[in-house]
Ligand binder design. Structure first.
Ligand code: SF4
Ligand code: SF3
Length: 538
């Protein structure tokens, strides 16, 4: 196997024996084959005449890309089922629109396990020889995976964007071709624009369905009822779970990236929606154990479960783990059935308390624009000197203590804007406020980084600046998986420059591609807390 799509790639170069994330060579191989099959499907779709209805195929592309995101789906059988469906969809399109083809992408149809294994070895990342072309093609593919995650969450809520859908076909088909570095750079920049559109789509889907997030104190303690813990990013699953647990005596708690759900008005009416339990994804081996009740993983990030709680771990949507019960999609117009979790919860003891108190959230764009006058006055008076965007992902490596260090070392007149699970590195530190404005403003999940961009653009407008980079604003982003890649491409497309990225730069960036990013966008790696805080404040 060879995989270097996330920040924890072994030795900073790539996982070759088994993923640091726990991905086996079999799962990695079937994911490589899936991505390759999706490219064939996209090529076949490109041959379809204008006006052909590709609604199903594009949703399938997004769902399948989503399944290959780091820590989403470890179930080789489910990945193989997606490969089979990709080949069937491709064959149907080929039969209709491309009767004669010699392209392997359009004709390979392995039947035996040996043929599948052989093909998966041929089509992985290293099949592209030129390191710069490989780097750019993977950068585009990983950005596309991130966009796919956001687009799928929006689609679950009935929201789609035909231009974003069309880009899945375009980008996957284009990366099969012999393109120059310049053409690939152009496609990368286009991915950034599509990432902005994808994030805007999800923002609209979430806020039009559940209301605009509002300032909310989220309880960190527990009650004495048994509970169900829900993690991941899918708000629709949370809504269904809350509906189905009403009156059952079972409480619901959020974990990791589901924390921001507490700030949506629509979820506040559920009296059994108690609070947030634990912290970011990589703590789940301890936190899921002490939770005592069932856990629902709605996509990433799953850590391979310990035997002590594996029988309590359920997956749904594109998440999967072999041996864990999967809650399937419901038929059209019906809700998913979460009764297996509710029945199990009734036999479990209440969660063990980890902490008490509350945590503040809900600073998405609508809420922040309501505070705009106060914020602008604080900037004009000099009470706020700078904003530092510290959004992104958390991860298990020790060097991420850097982000805690930066949050603590930034002067008292600096406001931290955050989103994503990166916040758990500093969101319980009580960093205080500036004249009533909290020093950590949490916009929500990683996809809500869109809110941070809107906040910055709003400030640019209020201060009548011609360039967003003239704002007293710096970026110190923590990345881990491919949604962060999509967010980064979106920020570049919106014109933000001089972004610091850490704790290490992506292994998939070749030295030459890194140089292009440094030269054109001022991207730089994080260094030390002292040096970076000094540079941020300079
Ligand atoms: Fe390694 Fe990350 Fe790929 Fe997992 S997703 S195999 S940790 S590079
Ligand atoms: Fe976190 Fe996985 Fe990326 Fe959604 S839960 S930010 S890492």
């Amino acid at each position: 196997m060879f995989c270097f799509q996330c920040q924890e790639a072994a030795k900073g170069t790539g996982c070759t024996l088994r993923g640091v994330c726990g991905k086996t060579p079999e799962t990695a191989g079937s994911q490589d084959l899936l991505i390759w099959s999706l490219k064939g499907l996209a090529l076949a779709a490109q041959n379809a005449p204008a006006g052909t209805d590709l609604t199903y195929e594009t949703r399938f592309l997004a769902r399948s890309l989503f399944a290959t995101i780091t820590n989403a789906n470890f179930d080789t059988d489910r990945i193989k089922a997606l490969v089979r469906e990709a080949l069937t969809l491709r064959n149907n399109l080929v039969a209709r629109f491309t009767p004669k083809t010699s392209s392997d992408y359009l004709s390979w149809d392995g039947k035996t396990d040996a043929e599948w294994d052989a093909q998966s070895l041929l089509v992985g990342v290293l099949a592209t020889q030129d390191p710069d072309v490989r780097s750019l093609k993977e950068l585009i593919t990983y950005g596309l995976k991130g966009i796919a995650a956001y687009v799928e969450h929006a689609a679950v809520l009935g929201h789609r964007d035909s231009q974003v859908d069309a880009f899945f076909i375009e980008a996957l088909a284009e990366v099969t071709k012999e393109l120059s570095v310049d053409e690939l750079v152009a496609l990368t920049l286009k991915s950034g624009n599509v990432a902005v559109a994808g994030m805007a789509l999800l923002d609209k889907a979430n806020t039009s369905t559940y209301g605009n997030p509002e300032i909310t104190q989220v309880n960190l303690g527990v009650r004495q009822n048994p509970g169900i813990l829900i993690s991941g990013h899918d708000l629709k699953d949370l809504e269904e779970l809350l509906k189905q647990t009403q009156g059952t005596g079972v409480d619901v708690y959020t974990h990791s990236e589901m924390l921001p759900a507490h700030s949506y008005p629509a979820f506040k009416k559920y009296e059994n929606f108690i609070g947030n339990y634990g912290s970011s994804w990589w703590h789940q081996d301890k936190e899921f154990e002490s939770f005592h009740g069932p856990i629902l993983m709605t996509t990433n990030c799953i850590v391979p479960p310990k035997d002590s709680y594996k029988s309590r771990l359920f997956t749904t949507g594109m998440a999967g783990y072999p041996g864990c019960q999967h809650i399937s999609e419901a038929s059209t117009g019906k809700a998913k059935d979460f009764s297996p979790l509710i029945q199990l919860a009734k036999t479990c003891s209440a969660p063990q308390e980890l902490e008490t108190g509350t945590i503040l959230g809900g600073f998405a764009h609508d809420q922040v624009s309501k505070l705009a006058d106060k914020v602008v006055a604080a900037v004009k008076s000099g009470a706020i000197k700078k904003f530092v965007v510290m959004a992104g992902c958390d991860g298990r490596f020790k060097e991420r203590d850097y982000f805690t260090g930066v949050a603590q070392a930034l002067p008292q007149d600096v406001v931290i804007l955050t989103a994503g699970c990166a916040k758990y590195r500093y969101n319980k530190l009580n960093l205080g406020d500036i004249g009533g404005i909290p020093r950590v403003l949490d916009a929500g999940q990683c996809n809500d980084s869109y809110s941070l961009a809107l906040t910055a653009l709003k400030l640019k407008e209020v201060f009548a600046l011609s360039d967003v980079n003239e704002l007293p604003l710096a970026f110190d982003i923590a990345w881990y998986e491919q949604k962060a890649v999509a967010v980064l491409l979106a920020l570049l497309a919106l014109g933000f420059k001089n972004i610091r990225l850490g704790p290490t730069l992506p292994a998939f960036l070749s030295p030459n591609v890194t140089q292009v990013l440094v030269k054109n966008f001022g991207i730089q790696g994080t260094t030390t807390v002292e040096a970076d805080v000094q540079a941020i404040m300079a």
